[in-house]
Ligand binder design. Sequence first.
Ligand code: BG6
Ligand code: MG
Length: 223
Amino acid sequence: MKLQAVLFDLDGVITDTAEYHYLAWKQMADHIEIDIDREFNETLKGISRMESLERILIHGKRERDFSGEQREALAKEKNDHYVSLLTHLSPENTYPGILELLEQLNQVHIPVVLTSASKNAPQILKSLELEDKFQYIVNPDGITGKPAPDIFLKGAQAVSADPKYCIGIEDAQAGIEAIKAAGMYAVGIGEERLLSIAGADIVYDSTAKLDLYSLINAASLAS
Ligand code: BG6
Ligand code: MG
């Protein structure tokens, strides 16, 4: 495989902010008397803020109870809490192996792209001091969200890479589906069972197991 780009999700791949999203949604949901658990949370991973809120309201059978304005207020409540959890984020919060992988990719001049649905992503990369490792950050505004392939296709196009020679790395089922729909090799981080169902080509239970040369080998064998 002539690897042309690696596209990274952020929350749950580069750092543990997927957990913060869960805690912030859980508190907001409690507030409107909707019970969410970790299993349901898997269906929120990779999904935009407003779409996640909609899914929570449907889950609690309360989708008719809130106006557009009230939904905006609920989303703001969740985001304010989430952002307050980010204040202590520092380079030490980068998941194991990620900095090394980014540096290896930079050294061999393989473009690195961020394909996160989060509007908070640029701020998080800054706190982790990782912004200069990325050649391109896709702005999720106005792009059809995961599981649609659009964000990954946009990222590949931005660095002139052919999707079939790209690797995408994701912790979310919706994200793995998006990578596969874009025609890329999908690396899952997390639970094998959940991510294989979504179509992951390979799953690691920890980012510590990511290594550029084993990724290239695995992707070559698959193609
Ligand atoms: C994704 C997360 O990366 O970003 C989702 O997996 C989150 O949980 C989405 O809802 C949007 O994030 P934000 O920061 O714009 O609310
Ligand atoms: Mg994620």
